[in-house]
Design a protein around this ligand. Structure first.
Ligand code: DC
Length: 228
């Protein structure tokens, strides 16, 4: 009998702890990990490097669609220390710059970009299964995933986590800016017409505001063991 690969979808807003959770769940279960946000960020990074800004006109949008179509991206390493390689160079840290975050939010609202990324995500994960993290994994990419989790947390808690992560990396950021940029991104991600961020049908909603990472990971693994 053919074994169906296990697919776990983890969606939710920025700062809810999706990455850390998805990575740990993947390690625990020995599954591949796919960070779909990194794919949109890679398109955004290349767009920034071509001098495009977040206010995209028609030509700018066309340029971004082309960048997405020809994106040469690969992931390497295990889930906890995964590296993102674009056109042969390691861009893992560059993808986290605040201007890339803002640009990623813009490029991910372009339907043609989404179509191309979704096609690639299905190509990567359908064969092997895995823990796939993003915004539309349970709603669009893998609606039949065996487990769909919508991980969320209160806005201030999410912004604090992002602030601490950025300052730990040496970035000079202001708390007010982190909070307001997060609010902007939340609004854009959940009100865009192409695959807006929302819990998928059948998704289990987990609020991580008062949970440790280990508790969230335990909850996800326990949910999987309870799925038929
Ligand atoms: O999860 P992240 O912060 O790395 O995602 C970067 C941006 O990409 C964010 O604005 C949301 C968007 N995104 C998306 O629209 N769909 C996904 N599956 C993953 C990310």
């Amino acid at each position: 009998m053919l074994e169906c690969p296990i697919l776990i979808a983890i969606d939710g807003p920025a700062g809810a702890g999706k990455s850390a959770t998805a990575r740990e769940v993947a390690v625990r279960l020995g599954l591949p990990y796919l960070d779909t946000g990194a794919m949109y960020r890679a398109v955004a990074l290349l767009a920034c490097r071509e001098g495009l800004g977040p206010d995209l006109d028609e030509r700018g949008r066309a340029a971004v669609v082309e960048i997405a179509a020809f994106l040469e991206l690969s992931f390497s390493g295990d889930p906890r220390a995964q590296r993102v390689v674009v056109r042969g160079s390691d861009v893992t840290e560059a993808l986290r710059a605040p201007e890339v975050s803002q640009m990623a939010s813009m490029v991910s609202a372009i339907p043609e970009v989404r179509r191309e990324m979704v096609r690639r995500q299905r190509e990567i994960a359908t064969r092997t299964g895995g823990v796939v993290e993003g915004r539309d994994i349970g709603t669009v990419v893998f609606p039949d995933a065996v487990l769909k989790v919508f991980l969320t947390a209160e806005p201030e808690v999410r912004a604090r986590r992002r602030f601490e992560e950025l300052t730990k990396r040496g970035a000079r950021v202001r708390w007010d800016d982190v909070l307001s940029e997060q609010g902007e991104r939340d609004r854009r991600d959940s009100t865009r017409s192409a695959s807006p961020l929302r819990p998928a049908q059948g998704a289990v909603i987990i609020d991580s505001s008062r949970l440790s990472l280990a508790q969230v990971v335990d909850a996800v693994v326990a949910l999987l063991s309870r799925t038929p």
